[in-house]
Design a protein around this ligand. Structure first.
Ligand code: ADP
Ligand code: MG
Length: 262
């Protein structure tokens, strides 16, 4: 089981969009995936098809506080076959003052390794305790960076957070593994500058770019990752290429289904 965490402190940097695509890429490879939505706005849950009519047995907040087990609380994604979701609700906000949540996922996720092949965690904006909990449990850390925006310097902040607060004790060896440049439009000087700066600072950790297109928003309204909503769209090919080296950690293993049949 590989635990993927998508982070960056700035809101609107395309974390959630990218997390949903990681879920989609893994399930396409036959992996059973648990998606954990740690943003109180529940945007990842919505991108995975959860809406007001979905009956939800438990929440991510309940799992973080030990009131529910992930296995009982997760709901099947209505739109992504092979994925389950721990939904994000407003209670997540109240956890930012409870230090015990920091180690909750790190301690409990190993228990669900029989049920899911991989875990994908989406984080809220900021560098609070809930984000620390996601980083403490992470095996692969991914920063999603909209090159059209101003989040570039946040990558260094995330790296500092990992270096100073996560890697020393919470999660030894944790590092910022990947940077996915998104909302990219190479016709804009700003986007080209941001991409060049990322590549200079982070080298081969920077994946291929994901273009900017309204299809991503349409997919959100339809409650689906864009690669399921519009599989033939260029943006879906962008995401497939960008995420391929990232999910290789999982997909290079014996196909999960074949493993289960043994
Ligand atoms: N490739 C893209 N092209 C156009 N819009 C995008 C793209 N990726 C994300 N978006 C939009 O950008 C906004 C922020 O994305 P989101 O994933 O919610 O960011 P975060 O989770 O970091 O706050 C959303 O409205 C989303 O639909
Ligand atoms: Mg988000």
């Amino acid at each position: 089981m590989t635990v993927y965490t998508v982070a960056l402190s700035k809101g609107g940097s395309t974390k959630t969009t990218t997390a949903a695509e990681v879920v989609a890429a893994l399930t396409r490879a036959g992996r059973r995936v648990l998606a954990i939505d740690l943003d109180h706005q529940g945007t990842l849950s919505q991108r995975l098809g959860v809406d007001d009519d979905t009956e939800v047995p438990g929440t991510a907040a309940e799992v973080l506080t030990g009131q529910a087990d992930a296995g009982q609380a997760a709901v099947e994604s209505p739109s992504v076959p092979g994925a389950h979701v721990l939904v994000g609700t407003y209670e997540l906000n109240t956890l930012e003052t409870k230090p015990e949540v920091i180690t909750a996922l790190k301690e409990h996720l190993p228990e669900v390794a029989g049920e899911w092949d991989d875990v994908v965690i989406d984080t809220p904006p900021g560098q609070g305790l809930v984000t620390l909990a996601a980083l403490a449990a992470a095996e692969v850390v991914i920063a999603a960076v909209a090159t059209e925006g101003e989040a570039y310097d946040q990558v260094a902040r995330l790296e500092e957070l990992i270096e100073h607060r996560v890697a020393p004790r919470l999660n030894r060896g944790c590092r910022l593994d990947w940077i996915v440049p998104t909302r990219h439009d190479g016709r804009r000087l700003h986007d080209r500058d941001v991409l060049a700066a990322l590549r200079e600072d982070y080298g081969s950790r920077v994946t291929g770019t994901v273009r900017e297109t309204v299809t991503v928003r349409d997919a959100y309204l339809a409650g689906r990752p864009v690669s399921l909503y519009a599989p033939a769209a260029e943006v879906s090919a962008d995401y497939a290429a960008a995420l391929e080296p990232i999910v290789a950690a999982s997909t290079a293993q014996t196909p999960a289904t074949a493993e289960r049949q043994v």
